[in-house]
Design a protein around this ligand. Sequence first.
Ligand SMILES: NC(=O)c1ccc[n+]([C@@H]2O[C@H](COP(=O)([O-])OP(=O)(O)OC[C@H]3O[C@@H](n4cnc5c(N)ncnc54)[C@H](O)[C@@H]3O)[C@@H](O)[C@H]2O)c1
Ligand SMILES: [Fe+2]
Length: 384
Amino acid sequence: MKITTFSFPTPTVFGAGSVAQLRARIVPMGMHRPLVVTDPGLVTTAAFQLLAQALGVERRDRDWFVFSGVHPNPVEQDVRDAAAAFRAHQCDGVIAMGGGSPLDVGKAARLLVKRPGFDFARFYDESDWSHLAPCVAIPTTAGTGSEVGRSSVITLDATHRKAVLFHPELLAGLVILDPQLTVGLPPKLTAATGADALTHCIESFTCPQFHPLCDGIALEGIHLIVDALPRAYRDGSDLEARGRMLVAAAMGAVAFQKDLGVVHSLAHPLSTVCGLHHGLANALCLVAGMRFCADRKPGIYRRVGVACGLDVLQGADAEADQRTIQFIADFLGGMGLNTRLEAHGVRHEHLEALVAQAVADPCHQTNVVPVSPEDFRKLYLEVL
Ligand SMILES: NC(=O)c1ccc[n+]([C@@H]2O[C@H](COP(=O)([O-])OP(=O)(O)OC[C@H]3O[C@@H](n4cnc5c(N)ncnc54)[C@H](O)[C@@H]3O)[C@@H](O)[C@H]2O)c1
Ligand SMILES: [Fe+2]
């Protein structure tokens, strides 16, 4: 039997209005001059106003500072710029606020605060990342779950591919899940980010590693998402649905400590080569990826179907899979997530670059069945 470690260490504050506790919470963490890392879209939102009120609007640029230069699908320069702002303002901690992009940059900026000029291409040669600046993560999308994750996904200059920088020290010291901060997220982004969380739960549950704790969390995450996501999509001000989605997204990321699968390997190149939003890329590939896995490992989605509320506990494996996959297809289609890649600017001439990057992506190494380059080509063509 392989020896393994189970770990769920992030202190999390949950509830509408909980961001108001921010200042009181950061002081015991040793943060007196935090840098808020976010993106340009967020600084104009009501969510950012709530954060600013919690930190003291009049104290901005005196004892808290803002770096808002993070791009969607962030690149190395974003991390360098955030670290430079941290040093310029003599900050002592990071408040990463936003979707997965600012959260990933905020977490990773601390690496360059510790080692200025560090070359991320050598990330895995370096193991001592102890004593990073403290970090609070405050998500404003309910998707990536980066707030509870030990990794930052950054497109590196050296490869132009998304690299997963994984280290336990990247974990935020505190997470605030305040559904009020997600109320202004438009329906399309609500759906796409929610589909990312759903994909995390499905792929981590079916990933063959032994981790029953994560399996249970993934199944409950699916159960929450199939109920709450359509409600949050239809009525963005439904705080109960927004809150459930925030928790489910965090659960998805806790679950994918187990790892992910073929759908994420299909999705990552769609962002780096064609600029698609990460959640949208997953949503458009999820059903094809599920069919691919179910054809080779019948019965793999039976318990996913049960978590979706389907009566598939009994009966033939193929039928349980088929009904579950149809449910997911209808679920995504109900939120407009059933378009083809071509509708989002992906062209046949992108195919070889997409396949090459998908093969090099690590996620499919833990897929429930192996995926060959030819399989990737067929899967892309199926959804193109
Ligand atoms: N670290 C991890 O574990 C992990 C896991 C999955 C994905 N990711 C990464 O996360 C990134 C995607 O993150 P994302 O899907 O959250 O999108 P995002 O952070 O790129 O944000 C998308 C858009 O939503 C806007 N937005 C965010 N919150 C808003 C709000 N409350 N109101 C209005 N607008 C709002 C932003 O301004 C931005 O324009 C990708 O780079 C992906 O690779 C990381
Ligand atoms: Fe994801």
